[in-house]
Design a protein around this ligand. Structure first.
Ligand SMILES: Nc1ncnc2c1ncn2[C@@H]1O[C@H](COP(=O)(O)OP(=O)(O)OP(=O)(O)O)[C@@H](O)[C@H]1O
Ligand SMILES: [Mg+2]
Length: 257
């Protein structure tokens, strides 16, 4: 069984400065991965590296401009190289992989060619590193694949024990700003805070991905990567502050509450 780890762009980059890498945080998170003693599949979000080109993808998240595709994927790869240096420095063997080598979208549905290359790397003790990216879907059609959306695809087709979503808040917050320790897929709305990322969604998209992963039979948890120790604990399956996402239906909640 393997853990799948989503490293949010919110912890790897500074959201408000384009192409800015949070090196110290990345080094600490890489250290926690090593200390956890597991070889996870890592998927990184693009943060301010991807968002720099976001406006080009607003119309249905697609662009016809191959030059924009080239610039976006280059920026995402640059963030990957930064992350790779941090993983190397902390002793985590890994291999960067572009999303176009694995994923496609057909009739609006994401699919993939299967996990064989990932399994090979894992057996060799090397953590595969995927990322939110831009898929070449056809001639003059380049569309974003969000890092959150990659996680349930992996959870559905691999022997995944847990999916850990690392972001810059403690987990899902309710309308009073209090941490929701456990969240069921049966619940509807999520309170909306802060800047909403209009391209790939923020907490709402993450929660949807976590619910889908849980439905595939994995543990799913959202934790704050800015707080030392939480990623390590989550990877080890220890008790940790965060939002555990389950599929269990809740007791009936009166409508409108
Ligand atoms: N109900 C909520 N609870 C917690 N965070 C929320 C909520 N609603 C909106 N958010 C926002 O969601 C953000 C986290 O999602 P965001 O997409 O910005 O980060 P990420 O997924 O870690 O980064 P990236 O998308 O670059 O990988 C938080 O910083 C917060 O501002
Ligand atoms: Mg996000």
């Amino acid at each position: 069984m393997v853990s799948v780890l989503k490293l949010g762009g919110s912890v790897l980059t500074y959201k408000t400065r384009w192409f800015s890498f949070q090196e110290e945080t990345a080094l600490r998170l890489a250290m926690e991965i090593r200390e956890a003693g597991t070889v996870p599949v890592i998927v990184y979000g693009t943060g301010s590296f991807g968002k720099a080109y976001a406006r080009h993808y607003r119309q249905g998240q697609a662009t016809a401009d191959w030059g924009v595709f080239q610039l976006t994927t280059a920026a995402i790869r640059e963030l990957g190289e930064n992350l790779s240096r941090a993983l190397h420095a902390q002793g985590v063997p890994h291999c960067l992989l572009p999303a176009n080598a694995f994923f496609f979208r057909r009739d609006g549905q994401l699919g993939w060619d299967g996990p064989a290359p990932l399994d090979r790397l894992l057996r060799a003790g090397v953590a595969p590193v995927l990322c939110g990216d831009v898929l070449a879907e056809g001639r003059d059609r380049f569309r974003i694949i969000s890092s959150d959306d990659i996680i349930p695809i992996l959870a559905a087709d691999m022997a995944v024990s847990s999916c850990v979503f690392v972001t810059d808040v403690d987990g899902v917050l309710d309308e009073r700003g209090m941490l929701v320790a456990e969240r069921s897929g049966a619940q509807q709305q999520v309170a909306v805070f802060g800047d909403q990322d209009d391209i790939t969604g923020a907490m709402d998209a993450k929660l949807a991905a976590a619910v889908q992963s849980a439905r595939a039979g994995t543990q799913a948890i959202i934790v704050n990567g800015l707080v030392p120790g939480r990623l390590r604990a989550a990877l080890r399956g220890e008790q940790v502050t965060g939002t555990r996402v389950t599929t269990a239906a809740l007791a009936a909640v009166p409508a409108g509450r």
